[in-house]
Ligand binder design. Structure first.
Ligand code: DC
Length: 223
């Protein structure tokens, strides 16, 4: 496989990170979970008592505490401000506030810079909301993953149970729908399918089927 960049965007719990991790591992590419970076800034805001509405202070926080990743057995561990925050950034308090934090242009500016640096070498699978439109507009392959809200809520519910996070199904569904709305309606880099992205609806598909489909799309582009 050539050292291409693969951008995978889509709404919350559409399966982006699961398939991105598998693709990165199969191709021996670097995997970057940009959602984890916005979650890390949200975690830092809670830790340092910075208001989610304070754009300038959040941007300073982003500059002061670089977010780093380390490959782990499956996926990667996330670190910032001297501690591992892999689990902490998945907790409901972070999830509930991350859309507000990620809507700030100055926070995005800082993180997009860091994301482009991580992608410099190529050979990358990056997932998020604005990778194909803003972060890596030159990416050779762009995928836009969607699935029904019902199915995404079911996936997140199962994932939470496995991680020991307790949140009832209806609350998850509501939180996902709210995040969809906020992520798609913000002014800076809203969640939108890039004109040259391929839409993949994963409703009713297994992870293996989605991976196979994306590999076929990559193949069809001649890579
Ligand atoms: O993929 P995720 O659920 O971990 O992302 C968390 C939030 O971060 C999501 O609700 C919107 C924001 N995000 C973003 O604005 N841009 C990205 N490239 C990735 C995530």
């Amino acid at each position: 496989m050539e050292n291409i960049s693969i951008a995978i965007d889509g709404p919350a719990s559409s399966g982006k990170s699961t398939v991105a991790k598998i693709l990165a591992s199969d191709f021996n590419f670097i995997y970057v979970d940009t959602g984890a970076m916005y979650r890390a800034v949200t975690f830092l805001a809670i830790k340092h008592n910075v208001a989610f509405s304070d754009e300038q202070a959040l941007a300073e926080l982003t500059k002061s505490y670089p977010i780093t990743f380390k490959p782990a057995a499956y996926g990667q561990s996330v670190f910032a401000d001297g501690e591992e925050i892999t689990q902490a950034i998945r907790q409901p308090d972070v999830t509930a506030a991350v859309s507000e934090v990620s809507a700030h242009g100055k926070v995005r500016e800082e993180l997009v810079k860091a994301q482009r640096q991580l992608a410099q070498t190529g050979g990358i699978v990056m997932d998020g909301r604005d990778i194909g439109t803003t972060v890596l507009p030159q990416a050779e392959v762009k995928i836009f993953l969607v699935a029904s809200v019902e199915e995404r809520a079911q996936r997140r519910y199962k994932e939470n149970q496995e991680k020991g996070i307790n949140m009832d199904f209806e609350a998850i569904k509501e939180a996902i729908a709210k995040r969809d709305y906020l992520d798609s309606h913000r002014e800076v880099s809203p969640l939108v399918q890039a004109a040259d992205a391929v839409l993949v609806d994963t409703t009713g598909m297994s992870i293996e089927q989605v991976v196979t489909k994306i590999k076929a799309i990559i193949d069809s582009k001649g890579f």
